[in-house]
Design a protein around this ligand. Structure first.
Ligand code: KIV
Length: 275
């Protein structure tokens, strides 16, 4: 069944856990969709995972549209949420609405996600007023990595924890349909979850959230540059791919690939007439 923002609302009311994984291309989106996730996030983590950048800051609108469109073609039932890249919404409410619109029209997403709390509430209000569902993102927001001074757990002091709670209430009030909570203490994420009426989707935020999200390449062992503590490996595809690539190289070198069954035939009488 097709997942929508209504699915998210119902899940919160009924207490059923929501699932989200990232994907950046058609084939992976199909596999993730077939696994039955509620949402596929075309995260700007594509900057790290697919494009090899050290952070997400260089990701462009064109990157997000290109990958969003590919994922949308592969997702039959999952809600496709596309990240708004760095500086596509922080600059003004106008930019935010125009760029969110492009992610829907050109990227074919079903919702957008943006990072930040009360400071981006005018953007959330304007985008949702334009009929575009917004997922908020609080806690460790990777686009602000330079302001945080590194990848650190957020919300550990009284002030920071209270700000997280206030921001969660503010983004709900502004119209967000869900909140991604990244890298916050589990007990705080649980408290926030119980104090807002929209679902929280945790990543490094414990089991008390209404749902979970992981970067798919982390979950299946494809991305190994950096593995945060909160990642669980559900598979080791990186190792399997390395073995498969090595087998290909040695079979080609030894002449055992391609074999008879991988080749096409031509009638002998045709071939014999070729000078
Ligand atoms: O870009 C991304 O993949 C994300 C997740 C880490 C939630 O925002």
């Amino acid at each position: 069944m097709k997942n929508t923002v209504t699915t998210f609302k119902q899940a919160k009311q009924e207490g059923t856990k929501l699932t989200m994984l990232t994907a950046y291309d058609y084939s992976t989106a199909k596999l993730v969709d077939e696994a039955g996730v509620n949402a596929i996030l075309v995260g700007d983590s594509l900057g790290n995972v697919v494009l090899g950048y050290e952070d997400t800051l260089s990701v462009t609108m064109e990157d997000m549209i290109h990958h969003g469109r590919a994922v949308s073609r592969g997702a039959k039932n999952a809600l496709v949420v596309i990240d708004m890249p760095f500086m596509s919404y922080q600059t003004s409410v106008y930019d935010a609405v125009v760029n969110a619109g492009r992610l829907m029209k050109e990227g074919r997403g079903g919702a957008v996600k943006l990072e930040g709390g009360s400071e981006v509430c005018p953007q959330i209000k304007a985008i949702t007023s334009a009929g575009i569902p917004v997922m908020a993102h609080l806690g460790l927001t990777p686009q602000s990595i330079n302001a945080f001074g590194g990848f650190k757990v957020q919300g550990k002091s009284i002030e920071a924890a209270q700000k997280l709670m206030d921001d969660a209430r503010a983004v709900e009030e502004a119209g967000a349909f869900a909140i991604t909570l990244e890298c916050v203490p589990a007990a705080l994420a649980d408290l926030v979850t119980r104090n807002v009426g929209i679902p929280t989707i945790g990543i490094g935020a414990g089991a008390g959230c209404d749902g979970q999200v992981l970067v798919y390449a982390d979950a299946v062992g494809l991305y190994s540059d950096f593995t945060p503590k909160f990642v669980k490996r559900f598979g080791n595809l990186g190792e399997q791919m390395r073995e498969a690539f090595s087998a290909y190289v040695s079979e080609v070198q030894q002449g055992s690939f391609p074999a008879e069954e991988h080749t096409f035939k031509i009638p002998e009488d045709v071939l014999s007439q070729i000078k």
